[in-house]
Design a protein around this ligand. Structure first.
Ligand SMILES: [Zn+2]
Length: 70
């Protein structure tokens, strides 16, 4: 049995054999192995959104900087 780490908080997850689910010691996340990998996949998207947001903010700053030079 391989160890799982929580995709939400990174804490070690305990395998509950009777229900075949992992329980996080940190945040209490309760999920199957498939659900955990699903959450991991989805967790990548907000990061990309953050990157886009940062770029947009930089673009807005640049526009402000350019307009202040008028
Ligand atoms: Zn957790």
């Amino acid at each position: 049995m391989s160890e799982q780490f929580c995709p939400e908080c990174g804490n070690k997850m305990i395998y509950e054999a009777p229900v075949r689910r992992f329980v996080c010691r940190g945040c209490g996340l309760y999920a199957t192995r498939d659900e955990i990998s699903d959450i991991r996949q989805k967790a990548k998207t907000p990061l990309l959104d953050d990157e886009r947001k940062k770029k947009k903010e930089r673009g807005e700053y640049l526009q402000w900087w350019l307009s202040s030079k008028k």
